[in-house]
Design a protein around this ligand. Structure first.
Ligand code: NAD
Length: 374
């Protein structure tokens, strides 16, 4: 299919949302599932889509995405975009009729779509509540209506729901202390999914990935921002001391975990569960900067410490005992290998960084007197 036909396909679906997207003779069986993925024009979703598309040649994929500033069709490979077993629906997850119609045609649902940037949520949080909480509600109501059809619904939550680590590593029973409006919105969605499981016995699993990195990530996020700064020959800006630490997970390891949740033979063992996707290790922002500069052999590159982000999380470290036990998952991509591959991808795609860089920092009031561009 060429690109103009592809656009036509999008438009028609937007208008005739109740029409089946795939013909009746393609009805589902064990090897031939239809997977609805929300937010797959963004970072993790697009990597997950590619992983699943390559691994399951019989599966059909529907992507529902509003193409906000964070989403781009370019994040979805040309091969997938032109495949008959792929359909893109340009719509908002709060558009219930479309969500309901798509859900009624899907065996599996993986829900990524969200406003995802902590700094933006400090500047303006209403959209986060609307998308992350109400958008998730729209999906849950549709899931309940289509409970005879949809077998599994994987909700992509986040480690941010925990706030700063009170125990190391942080397990799933760690208190939820979200420290930013983004984290609070995601905590609301996470608990809403759980409440629909308790109330309506829906087939949900809540995955809580820790900090993901890899190709297609917007340069507003730390690792791409460091690389983009270097590509554009600008100083690397670090919030606060840079000693805040995160648990870094390569996005393909996250894709593997979601796949395992979708295909676990005995679903009753994970239904309604929260499962961390983390590595049991925390690495500071300073150490990430140094690793990147080491790989690029630029040890003296300028690094600027700016005001710390309000609501900063000091430490995130994700215990993965539950993921190992219930999914058989543990990470297989080391930070060294993942960083080096990620760096190569951005260096091969400098335009990705250049196009997004201007839109990647925002004025944040860090005190009565000081505004910091973060
Ligand atoms: N990036 C991380 O490190 C990380 C870690 C843990 C969890 N998560 C979660 O994973 C999910 C994906 O994160 P990401 O980093 O890929 O995000 P992203 O910002 O790169 O992508 C979000 C996608 O959702 C789409 N979207 C936004 N609002 C929408 C709406 N109302 N309707 C339909 N589509 C909409 C955007 O167009 C975009 O394609 C999010 O739920 C996020 O909270 C991310």
């Amino acid at each position: 299919m060429n690109f103009s036909k592809f656009i036509l396909k999008i438009t028609l679906i937007g208008v005739f949302s109740i029409n089946p997207l795939f013909s009746a003779d393609e009805s589902s069986n064990e090897n031939n599932k239809t997977v609805l993925i929300t937010g797959a024009a963004g970072f993790i979703g697009s990597n997950f889509l590619q992983y699943m598309y390559d691994k399951y040649p019989e599966y059909r994929f529907i992507v529902l995405d509003a193409l906000t500033y964070a989403g781009s069709l370019e994040n979805i490979s040309q091969e997938i975009r032109s495949a008959d077993r792929f359909t893109f629906v340009h719509a908002n997850i709060n558009d219930f009729d479309i969500v309901n119609s798509l859900m009624g045609q899907s065996d599996y649902v993986v829900h990524f779509a969200a406003e995802s940037h902590v700094t933006r949520s400090i500047v303006s949080d209403a959209k986060f509540l609307e998308t992350d909480i109400l958008g998730t509600r729209s999906l849950l109501v549709a899931l309940n209506k289509n409970r005879e059809k949809v077998e599994r619904f994987i909700h992509i939550s986040t480690s941010e729901v925990y706030g700063t680590a009170e125990t190391q590593p942080m397990n799933e029973d760690h208190p939820l202390n979200p420290r930013s409006p983004y984290a609070a919105a995601k905590a609301g969605a996470d608990r809403l999914v759980y409440s629909y499981y308790c109330t309506y016995d829906l087939p949900v699993v809540i995955l809580r990935p820790f900090n993901n990195y890899g190709p297609n990530q917007h340069v507003e996020k730390l690792i791409p921002r460091i690389i983009a700064s270097i590509i554009l020959n600008k100083p690397i800006k670090i919030h606060g001391s840079g000693e805040q630490s995160r648990d870094w997970v390569h996005t393909l390891d996250t894709a593997r975990a979601i796949d395992m949740a979708l295909h676990k033979p005995d679903f009753s063992q994970i239904k309604g569960q929260e499962i961390n996707i983390g590595t049991n290790k925390a690495v500071s922002v300073n150490a990430i900067v140094h690793s990147i500069l080491d790989i690029l052999q630029k040890p003296h590159y300028p690094v600027l410490k700016i005001s710390d982000r309000p609501g900063q999380v000091d430490c995130h470290i994700g215990g993965n005992t539950k993921a190992q036990k219930l999914l058989g998952w543990s990470p297989i991509i080391s930070l060294e290998e993942g960083l080096s591959e990620t760096l190569k991808w951005y260096l091969r795609n400098p335009d990705f960084c250049i196009n997004l860089y201007e839109n990647s920092s925002h004025p944040v009031y860090v005190s009565d007197k000081e505004i910091s561009y973060q």
